[in-house]
Design a protein around this ligand. Sequence first.
Ligand SMILES: [Fe+2]
Length: 292
Amino acid sequence: MVQAELSQETKALVDNAIADVGEIATLPEVTVKIIEIVENPKSTARDLHDVIKNDPALSARILKVVNSAFYGLPGQISSIDRAIVLLGLSAVKNIAIAASMTHLFTGGASIDGFSGADVWKHSIGIGVGSRLLSAAQGRPQVEESFLAGLISDLGLLVERQLFAAELGEVVGRFQHNGGNLCQIESEIIGADHQAFGMALAKKWRFPQTICTTIGYHHNPMLLAEMNRELPAIVNVADILTCKAGIGFAQHDKNTEITDELYTLIKLDAAKVDEILDQLPEQVSIAEGIFGE
Ligand SMILES: [Fe+2]
């Protein structure tokens, strides 16, 4: 894969941070098991069902997702088995991972201009936006897009835990002067949330597509052409979420979607504007499911 390499110095900083990150580096056991199932080509619907059924809170949340307006499925679905039959194994795996990760974002201390709840709300916006964009272009794996968008800013959690004072300075400078968030992070902290997030997702053994998307969601053009589409979808979803004023903004409201991005996501401006109009309502539905 052609991609921009981190400098030795940045790589060392990121590796040390991930080794040090403690509490948030620990995924819930159920998520670890679900990821093992995702990565094992021999796994079956039964394996996934067995893991989920032992976690009643997670089962309830998954059923809430599949019964939500996102799917418009006929009748009430009351079992995980039925959800897997209707939506497919892959969709349910991705929903299960997303549903098991909420607490990581919403916990933790707030710093000036930046709270976990705000980041989570913005993340839900990116996840929902990525899902809508993927559905509009006819991409089969819309739940993979949702999950990739939802956790794209994972690295901000690492920064909040290990570099709280520096992150406060980053947010202060960004909110006062605007500019490029990733560049400001690199100047003040030494790496950006993409690098921290990708390293943490790798440590968790997340699927490669998700790791790459986290690492390049602000810069899809740095990747080889064949790997750009999902990071570009997340990038556009992020811009739309900022335009809609949902949660912690990482782009100026006036950031424009470039022609290059429209080409990468295979959608035109009229379609993307339609999605922007739908976003606030769709986000409030998702908040009812994924909010604590
Ligand atoms: Fe981001």
